[in-house]
Design a protein. Structure first.
Length: 197
């Protein structure tokens, strides 16, 4: 292949056009990585919004206060309601089971208080577990892209040899092509300088 510094504008456009054409199929893989990355960072924002105090003592104190608050809000009313239901429905026969139903109200109120207190922590843990899966998926997609890129470069080394390895990506080659096609640059060296500016 002719030395890149000796190529005419048309020859250089032809080489860059061929390089673009060879790398174009990788765009779908790149878009897949960007989609996964966007979901990953969106979830990172969700996890960040669920984080409370940063110190362990602050987290424990906040959890205790929230638990007692929700215990009072849910358990006491439920215990009182469940104590009155059997008597109201069955009269004197229901009075005998009112203690048992009152304990049921205490149990339900306690479960509800614990759930409300720790639901953010549970959600944060579930999201964090999903983040690991997304990260692995993104790494696999990136490795696949890298391998396919290397394969295309190796299979077409004659045309890619004109372009320094650092610049052998679809977006950069497209920029070089546009610079030369639009006459903003007359050589690959000028296109590289324009790109780096």
């Amino acid at each position: 292949m002719k030395d890149v510094s000796e190529m005419t504008r048309e020859e250089l456009l032809d080489v860059l056009g061929k390089c673009k054409q060879k790398l174009e199929p990788l765009n779908a893989e790149i878009n897949e990585i960007f989609e996964i990355r966007d979901i990953y960072y969106e979830r990172e924002d969700q996890i960040s919004s669920l984080v409370g105090p940063s110190s362990i003592i602050g987290k424990v104190l906040l959890s205790i206060v929230k638990l007692w608050f929700f215990f009072a809000v849910f358990t006491i009313p439920l215990a009182l309601i469940f104590e009155e239901i059997p008597g109201a429905l069955f009269g004197e026969a229901g009075e005998a089971v009112s203690t048992a139903t009152s304990l049921l109200g205490v149990f339900l109120g306690t479960v509800l208080a614990i759930y409300v207190t720790f639901k953010k922590a549970i959600k944060r843990k579930l999201l964090a577990r999903g983040q690991k899966d997304l990260w692995n998926q993104m790494q696999q997609a990136q490795n696949k892209l890298d391998n396919n890129h290397k394969k295309i470069i190796a299979e077409n080394s004659e045309i890619f040899s004109a372009i320094p390895e650092k610049y052998q990506s679809y977006d950069i080659i497209s920029s070089f092509y546009d610079y030369i096609n639009d006459r903003r640059a007359d050589s690959l060296k000028e296109a590289i300088n324009l790109f780096e500016a």
